[in-house]
Write a protein that binds this ligand. Structure first.
Ligand SMILES: *Cc1c(COP(=O)(O)O)cnc(C)c1O
Ligand code: SF4
Length: 347
């Protein structure tokens, strides 16, 4: 068994461990973990320095996830944009393929927390066949983004079969992998995996670092292996209140990413997924961070700050020309010129 598989077997799935390890009472958290699954690899747990820190907040269940709220379980309308199970087709030329329902760590802020790690997200061979048929009969699709869940929780042979089938579709030009394992389970990026991946170029990889403390020797090694296999690496960060909502933290993060050959790509404003409200910042917080990066750090390190518009209207870059008005309800212009409102408040 590989080290990464052992990490998964030994991952923590019940809050009781918090008492043993940190002396923190966990009673009320059982209910949270039953609603939204918990899983933390020993590696990622080991990055916690103390209860309530930036790593803790990302992975430990929190009672605020169950607060009554007006937010939507599926704010991006992914279910409506799903022509067949496992496929989200928002933009004409590219689709998400939800290739695996599980993750190494269940992030408490996940936009798909309504279903990741749940039975509803089990990926069957039959569903995958139907999804691949959809891609094969839709010539407009040039770019397939393997997502989930985390596609790198698939075993190498299963992942390779999927890549081979996608490569057999003539109109699929590029394949992207969206995975958080370089952050939460870097041992998954084995030489064997990289030797397999290099046969399926052009292949791009987007990972998901949120805090400079996630930049470790092991995560750097994972990124080095991927980069050495010729895979361009990007990073998507979610702007999280109390985790990375200060300019100096984000500066350390983006500068650190460039050092491990990962290019900052998106900074996502927290969307309106139910159970994640306590992570939301105001839009000004993100604008100030991006402004603080522009100049002091290389332009290579400055991500695009985006809001994924509610209702599946797509990503909106947060640049002044898209901001009609701020205030407690921000008024934004989508790239197609539509005017939408977005709540501009914390919590
Ligand atoms: C973000 C996203 C993509 C990819 O968008 P890029 O801007 O090309 O990275 C594709 N489909 C959906 C549904 C998305 O949310
Ligand atoms: S790794 Fe991605 S899909 Fe999985 S829980 Fe975290 S944010 Fe959600």
């Amino acid at each position: 068994m590989d080290i990464w598989q052992k990490q998964l077997i030994e991952s923590l799935t019940v809050p009781a461990v918090l008492r043993d390890r940190f002396g923190v009472e966990h009673g009320a958290l059982d209910e949270v973990a039953q609603r939204y699954p918990m899983r933390i690899t020993p590696y990622y747990l080991g990055l916690i320095a103390h209860p309530g820190d930036a790593i803790w907040l990302q992975c430990i269940p929190d009672r605020r996830e169950l607060l009554p709220c007006l937010d939507d379980p599926d704010p991006l309308h992914e279910e409506r944009l799903s022509p067949v199970p496992l496929v989200v087709h928002r933009y004409p030329d590219r689709v998400l393929l939800l290739a695996c329902g599980q993750c190494a760590v269940y992030c408490r802020f996940c936009t798909r927390k309504r279903k990741v790690g749940c039975a509803a997200m089990t990926v069957t061979d039959e569903a995958l066949d139907v999804a691949l048929e959809y891609i094969a009969r839709t010539p407009a699709i040039r770019d397939v983004i393997l997502s989930g869940g985390d596609p790198l929780l698939l075993e190498d042979d299963r992942l390779e079969r999927l890549l081979r089938r996608l490569r057999a579709i003539p109109h699929v030009e590029i394949i992207r992998i969206g995975s958080r394992v370089p952050v939460t389970l870097p041992q998954r990026i084995t030489e064997g995996l990289c030797n397999m991946l290099r046969r399926y170029h052009p292949l791009y990889f987007n990972t998901h670092f949120n805090h400079p403390r996630e930049l470790t020797a092991l995560s750097a090694e994972a990124c080095r292996r991927l980069a050495d296999a010729g895979v361009p690496l990007g990073n998507q960060t979610v702007l999280l209140r109390g985790v990375n909502d200060r300019p100096e933290i984000m500066r350390d993060l983006v500068a650190g990413l460039l050092k491990i050959r990962v290019r900052p790509y998106y900074l996502h404003h927290m969307d309106l997924a139910a159970g994640t409200g306590h992570f939301r910042t105001r839009i000004e917080t993100g604008l100030n961070i991006v402004a603080a990066l522009r100049g002091p750090v290389s332009g290579l390190a400055v991500p695009h700050y985006v809001i994924d518009a509610p209702g599946g209207k797509g990503k909106i870059p947060l640049l002044p020309e898209y901001l009609v008005r701020l205030g407690d309800s921000a008024v934004l212009r989508t790239p197609s010129g539509e005017i939408i409102r977005f709540p501009n408040r914390e919590g």
